[in-house]
Write a protein that binds this ligand. Structure first.
Ligand code: NDP
Ligand code: 2IT
Length: 444
């Protein structure tokens, strides 16, 4: 059995009930076959792949909090510190009822390669809780965040592990967590990113993931002889990533036809009104059913459906495995030319294979959504020098990072004979830097 197959079999056996983690590991290790084959004996001797797929540390803790009626609740908190070969652990905190250890491990594993691809010195980590922020009052959110940080603060720090936002964690939650960290540790330091602008946050971090997604999509299309301007797009999600992906797409001349949340989706043939979306989601924290009040000619549908709308580009920006084989077939039947993943692993493995077989340009999340964490690393740099850069400066750096990232993965794909396979390119390019650092640091 090849070393790759051996390690995949062990991961599946030793981590039961973690299908998302298996999916992420299988995708990465399958892509790495040509690189592993060149070094199989040395890697096996050093248990390189076993070390890569086993987190350096995983922390699980109880999060007690009291609701507005005086009822106590217990949630489970997680932080998986996956790999620190190239820098302090870095990655978001997801607050969603679906969170479990396997989900956090899949996200932490992906984060290793994504962070490496940014070219910045950040290792891979992820955290979260099965807490559901929906329908909670500000006081309840604060109670949860303070309790979560009371335990998490023992394991993180500006040079150790720097969490940030993800699903369910935005500026409000980061603020409450930062306040509690500072209070307990008595340290005003860059321990979290995505902070408010007046206490160490970076301009353009809010926009960064969505904007970065469009910068890299534009570059990928350009390198394939296609102008992004004048194209149509379907977007899923209506959170942080989706909103700023839609905003930048429109700035680049793309008409975005859809957005969604976990209840339903909107189709606006005249193009999504992004200011309406911001007011509904960022200000009112309401549901997408509200969208029709702003745009009476739009359609609202319950359930899932954005991939059934004809468009040139698909941007899944909600959650994992939200675009399956049936969806991929609909996109292809409607003539889609590109899929770029704003979310982490939103496309199922069979759908990814199908899209690439059909010649759809496909850019995986660990490359396409890396603009968020890259800008988090820029926030860390600003915190270290105790300065704040202008929006234009951060945005320009973000743009350059995404363009360089695209060429880096394109080159890696070509080097191993997988031209235009950006999945293989991203995994190999991300891995090469991490493995060089791991080899230099000995068996740790
Ligand atoms: P938000 O919480 O701001 O928004 C998430 C959006 O996705 C909401 O519209 C939400 O709908 C929808 N959604 C979440 N879970 C589900 C589900 N199970 N089924 C259907 N819809 C769902 O999160 P973000 O925009 O920050 O994150 C979106 C994705 O992007 C995630 O995969 C995240 O890991 C990834 N990502 C985020 C980055 C960031 O900087 N924030 C950086 C890189 C990747 P509802 O409100 O109804 O739950
Ligand atoms: O998935 C991700 O890259 C994020 N949620 C952002 C992580 C970060 O540290 O900014």
């Amino acid at each position: 059995m090849s070393y790759v197959d051996e390690v995949i079999a062990r991961v599946i056996k030793e981590n039961p009930s973690e299908p998302e983690f298996h999916q992420a590991v299988v995708e990465v290790l399958q892509s790495l076959r040509p690189v592993i084959a060149e070094n199989e004996e040395a890697f096996r001797k050093d248990a390189l792949l076993e070390r890569l797929v086993n987190p350096e540390r995983q922390i699980k803790f109880r999060v007690p909090w009291i609701d507005d009626k005086g009822q106590a609740h217990i949630n489970t908190g997680y932080r998986v510190q996956f790999n620190s070969a190239i820098g302090p652990y870095k990655g978001g905190i997801r607050l969603h009822p679906s969170v479990n250890l396997g989900i956090i491990k899949f996200l932490g594993f992906e984060q290793i390669f994504k962070n490496s691809l940014t070219g910045l010195p950040i290792g891979g980590g992820k955290g979260g809780s099965d807490f559901d922020p929906k329908g909670k009052s500000d006081r309840e959110i604060m109670a949860f965040c303070q309790s979560f940080m009371t335990e998490l603060c023992k394991y993180i720090g500006a040079d150790t592990d720097v969490p940030a936002g993800d699903i369910g964690t935005g500026a409000r939650e980061i603020g409450y967590m930062f306040g509690q960290y500072k209070r307990i540790r008595n340290l005003f330091e860059g321990v979290l990113t995505g902070k408010g602008l007046v206490y160490g946050g970076s301009l353009a971090r809010t926009e960064a993931t969505g904007y970065g997604l469009l910068y890299i999509t534009e570059e990928m299309l350009k390198c394939n002889g296609i102008d992004i301007s004048g194209k149509t797009a379907v977007v899923s999600g209506s959170g942080n990533v989706a909103i700023y992906a839609i905003e930048k797409a429109q700035q680049l001349g793309v008409k975005v036809l859809t957005a969604s949340d976990s209840n339903g989706w909107v189709y606006d043939k005249d193009g999504i009104d992004v200011e309406a979306l911001k007011e509904i989601k960022e200000v009112n924290r309401a549901r997408l059913t509200e969208y029709k009040k702003y745009r009476p000619d739009s359609e609202y549908h319950e359930g899932k459906g954005v991939w059934s709308i004809k468009a040139d580009i698909a941007l899944p920006c909600a959650t994992q495995n939200e675009l399956d084989l049936e969806d991929a077939k609909m996109l292809c039947a409607n003539g889609a030319i590109a899929v770029a993943e704003g979310a982490n692993m939103p496309t199922t493995a069979d759908a990814t294979d199908y899209l690439m077989e059909q010649g759809v340009l496909f850019i995986p999340g660990k490359a396409a959504n890396a603009g968020g964490v890259a800008t988090s690393a820029l926030e860390m740099s600003q915190n270290s020098e105790r300065l704040s850069w202008s929006f234009e400066k951060v945005d320009k750096k973000l743009q350059n990072i995404m363009i360089d990232l695209f060429h880096n993965i394109d080159d890696a794909a070509k080097k191993y004979g997988f031209e235009k396979n950006y999945v293989v390119g991203a995994n190999i390019a991300g891995f090469e830097k991490v493995v060089t650092a791991m080899n230099a640091q000995g068996i740790v």
